[in-house]
Design a binder for this molecule. Structure first.
Ligand code: ITT
Length: 193
């Protein structure tokens, strides 16, 4: 099958590296559209991703996808969730560890939602990975909350202690990307472009 090229609108270069690795397995190439995405305030990542993808399409008129992700901590009723980016910018990992200091229940998950928009159609794909919030920051790989998230499917290391191929073997983003890639492969997307 011919190689397919799709644009990835994001301001986060690490996301692009992670996505390239996965999508090349499906013969899908991505071109980075570096941009600051417009986000609406919502408790639902899917709504945020759809809005951002449609705004990006209106701006660029290219078949593209965006990816919105967040860290949901059970003991904090899902916080920071859709506010992850703002919480990371303001109180960062140390702040989240401080909020969690008194709690034994450390269950959390990352969720990723991809929204693909071609003008004619917008579709979404979701991926999750479950784990625990660590007691301290560990590791310098990745970005964001990686140094405080210990995936259940790992060996006790945080995402921040895993290299990119170890993280992408199990990550929320990979899971959403694989669903997206399967859809691209099973659909005649030229109809939507
Ligand atoms: P966009 O331009 O694509 O929006 P962003 O970095 O602002 O890039 P998001 O809004 O999707 O990304 O992510 C919200 C925050 O959630 C992000 O700033 C990180 O702190 C955190 N996050 C998302 N995915 C993560 C991951 O794989 N590992 C660690 N933290 C992650």
């Amino acid at each position: 099958m011919d190689r397919i090229t799709i644009f990835f609108a994001t301001g986060n270069i690490v996301k692009v590296e992670e996505a390239e690795r996965i999508l090349k397995e499906y013969n899908i190439s991505i071109l980075h559209l570096p941009m600051k995405l417009l986000e609406i305030q919502s408790e639902n990542l899917e709504e945020i991703a759809v809005f951002s993808a449609q705004k990006a399409w209106a701006d660029q008129e290219k078949p593209l996808f965006v990816e919105d992700a967040g860290l949901f901590i059970k003991r904090l009723n899902g916080f920071p969730g859709p506010y992850s980016s703002y919480v990371f910018k303001t109180i960062s990992n140390e702040g989240v560890l401080g909020l969690m200091a008194q709690y034994e229940d450390r269950i959390a998950y990352f969720q990723s939602v991809i929204a693909f928009c071609s003008g004619k159609k917008t579709v979404t794909f979701k991926g999750e990975v479950y784990g625990k919030i660590s007691r301290e920051r560990r590791g310098n790989f990745g970005f964001g909350f990686d140094p405080i998230f210990i995936p259940d499917e790992g060996d006790g290391r945080t995402f921040g202690e895993m290299n990119i191929s170890e993280k992408t073997a199990i990550s929320h983003r990979t899971r959403a990307l694989r669903k997206f890639a399967e859809w691209v492969k099973s659909t005649d997307i030229s109809k939507f472009i």
